[in-house]
Design a protein around this ligand. Structure first.
Ligand code: OSB
Ligand code: MG
Length: 379
């Protein structure tokens, strides 16, 4: 099998409603798509870097630079026999995990389509956790709800998502909008599966806020402290009954091991983009399974391309908590793939069963959101 062209696209997709976190407000999702062509097969991957360096240091432009000038040339220079070859070849490039993951994702799709199997099958074959007898056809999913104008507005937004079927709600918090939101939601919905995400907005001085959250039966508290911290989280976790979950701080299986060993968290949010791709994501899944720790699949407001691969990943046996994997229409008026992703009345999402990502990229829909593209060939 050989790859003869790699294309990069910048897409901009307007969100159905602004998404506000402690680091800012998003109204349009800008992403890079990676398209790998060879042997008559097309593979698609999504690079989840954002326009600005607010969630992590990567941006659309840094990811484009690293893909165009360093990662794609690796594919031209070295034979790639499996998607797992990319992280090995790319190891000498420091950081830039989202750029790496975008290209690796396109390779996963290309290889899976070459073998005529869904990504779910390839991911299952790669993981080492105890295997379920059968691959799940549907998985439970959750929704991540941004900061709203008032606690009342948040309660109504959550009521809407619950009525659509979602069985796990995650809310964003930031200093000044935290306990009050949890209290308002618990007063209205005493038993729903509820968790909070601070996106690194607090310091250890705020420990009392999190101790107070212990009274509200939260599933977890996600990334309360610095984006690059593990040690301070261990100091906070030891003061809490509620599990801490790390997102921003975990870039590899080694980070995950350090965090578990130090007692910095009991749960990890796995985002393939943040950890450099699906190969590393599966390693973290396996490590957590060996330790009896829970993981779940995070999201970066992906288009249907990124979502498809994430759903396949989230169907692995140790993804024991619902992920941030919501229906296409929760994010966009129109997705770029068909069929779009849907959530049923029980809050379940179907795992694609066709080869590769298992959904079709619709050229006219892609055109409508593409703002630039480059077609790269071996020189
Ligand atoms: O921290 O999980 C996060 C979106 C962008 C950047 C960071 C995060 C998020 C989300 C959205 O919470 C999850 C989703 O894709 O539904
Ligand atoms: Mg998060």
């Amino acid at each position: 099998m050989s790859i003869d062209r790699i294309a990069l696209y910048i897409i901009r997709m307007p969100l159905v409603a602004p998404f506000e976190t402690s680091f800012g407000v998003e109204t349009v999702e800008e992403k890079i798509l990676v398209r790998v062509d060879g042997d008559g097969i097309t593979g698609w991957g999504e690079c989840v870097s954002m326009e600005g360096p607010w969630y992590s240091y990567e941006t659309t432009r840094t990811a484009w630079h690293v893909l165009n000038d360093f990662l794609v040339p690796l594919v031209w220079r070295s034979p790639i026999a499996a998607p797992q070859d990319l992280p090995r070849l790319a190891a000498r490039i420091r950081g830039h995990n989202m750029a790496k993951a975008g290209l690796e994702a396109a390779l996963w799709d290309w290889f899976a389509k070459g073998q005529g199997v869904p990504l779910q099958k390839l991911f299952f074959a790669a993981q080492t956790a105890p295997r379920n007898a059968e691959l799940p056809r549907r998985i439970p999913v959750g929704v991540s709800v941004g900061l709203q104008a008032t606690p009342r507005a948040l309660v109504e937004r959550v009521r809407e998502y619950l009525s659509e079927g979602y069985t796990r709600i995650k809310i964003k918090i930031k200093p000044g909008q935290d306990l009050e939101l949890v209290r308002a939601l618990r007063a209205e919905f005493p038993t729903i599966r509820l968790q909070v995400d601070a996106n690194s907005a607090y310091s250890l001085d705020d420990a009392a806020i999190f101790r107070a959250m212990d009274d509200y039966n939260l599933l977890l508290i996600e990334q309360p402290l610095s984006n690059d911290d593990i040690y301070q989280h261990s100091k906070l976790q030891s003061q809490l009954k509620t599990a801490l979950c790390l997102d921003e701080s975990i870039h590899s299986a080694a980070d995950a091991e350090a965090a578990f060993e130090l007692g910095a968290c009991r749960i990890i949010n796995i985002k393939p983009g943040r950890v450099g791709g699906f190969t590393e994501a599966i390693k973290i899944h396996d490590l957590a399974a060996r330790r009896g720790a829970a993981v779940w699949c995070g999201g970066m407001l992906e288009s249907g391309i990124g979502r498809a691969a994430n759903v396949a990943l989230a169907s692995l046996p140790n993804f024991s908590l619902p992920g941030d994997l919501s229906a296409s229409r929760r994010y966009f008026t129109q997705d770029i793939v068909e069929p779009e992703f849907e959530v049923d009345r029980e809050g379940m999402m179907a795992v694609p069963t066709l080869p590769g990502i298992g959904v079709e990229v619709i050229p006219a829909k892609l055109d409508r959101v593409t703002v630039s593209s480059a077609f790269l060939r071996p020189d």
